[in-house]
Design a protein around this ligand. Structure first.
Ligand SMILES: [Zn+2]
Ligand SMILES: [Zn+2]
Length: 254
């Protein structure tokens, strides 16, 4: 399969959803579509992601789906994506099951992910996987349930996604020298969106980005009632490189 990318780039990421917890009007929670010359990977499949996906791709073109963890704002639309997969298999457009990489707990939620349309593969942070021609690594981060940050390397370019986490050193190591770092920033002064447990503010996201020496920071998993410009400024206090707040369907060439 050949997928067109901009300006001869080898990898890009399209932000399908960037709200944390629950979406703002018309938006979506976590969902990031990574495209290489050899395939496409969906990172998380939150609320509203399936209404954005059809303008970008279709289920049979996904090389696989990776879930950072099994909270609803990262998996809410997965069942709907699986309906699309079931339809594509039934109609002969999709020859293999949907490949789904996920943490192996909480078990009650994991058990709901299985089906005739889906091959569920437990994430093992001690082994790398190959998808869409890319090498993918995982490291466990600090959240309220098991959660993995994800590093995707393709043709020498590196994208790192934090998943949901509080400040943690393992994330700095994973993000080291990344070309683009999608990092959660859920806590904002004046916001009542989250209790803050298992999350970071923008200053901390900037600190991780700075210590990891990444080239570009994109703040994601944002609070719907947050002051996003303030958050960008906060991140810039601790990170000297470019800091971006995504817009709907914003694409970044890696
Ligand atoms: Zn979340
Ligand atoms: Zn979470």
């Amino acid at each position: 399969m050949q997928i067109k990318t901009d300006r001869g780039a080898k990898m890009n990421v399209k932000i399908l959803g960037y709200w944390g917890g629950y979406p703002a009007a018309g938006g979506a929670t976590a969902g990031y579509l990574v495209t290489t010359d050899e395939g496409q990977i969906l990172l998380d499949c939150g609320s509203g992601v399936m209404s954005k996906l059809p303008t970008e791709t279709c289920v049979e073109d996904l090389s696989g789906v990776i879930l950072s963890h099994l909270h609803h704002d990262h998996i809410a639309d997965l069942g709907v994506l699986q309906y699309a997969a079931a339809g594509a298999i039934r109609n002969g457009r999709m020859l293999n099951k949907l490949k789904l990489y996920a943490p192996d707990n909480p078990v009650d939620i994991l058990n709901g992910l299985y089906g005739e349309h889906t091959e569920v593969i437990s994430i093992d942070p001690s082994s790398k996987i190959q998808l869409a021609g890319a090498e993918i690594e995982f490291v466990q981060v600090q959240h309220t349930i098991t959660c993995y940050a994800v590093k995707i390397t393709y043709q020498g370019k590196v994208l790192v996604y934090s998943g949901d986490t509080s400040y943690c050193d393992s994330l700095i190591e994973l993000a080291r020298d990344a070309d683009i770092f999608l990092c959660e920033a859920t806590i904002c002064e004046g916001s009542v969106h989250t209790t803050g447990q298992g999350h970071m503010n923008a200053l901390q996201a900037g600190m991780i980005a700075g210590q990891a020496n990444v080239k570009q920071l994109v703040l994601v998993h944002l609070p719907g009632d947050g002051d996003l410009e303030f958050m960008r400024d906060e991140a810039s206090r601790s990170f000297q490189g470019p800091v971006d707040i995504p817009e709907p369907l914003r694409m970044y060439v890696v």
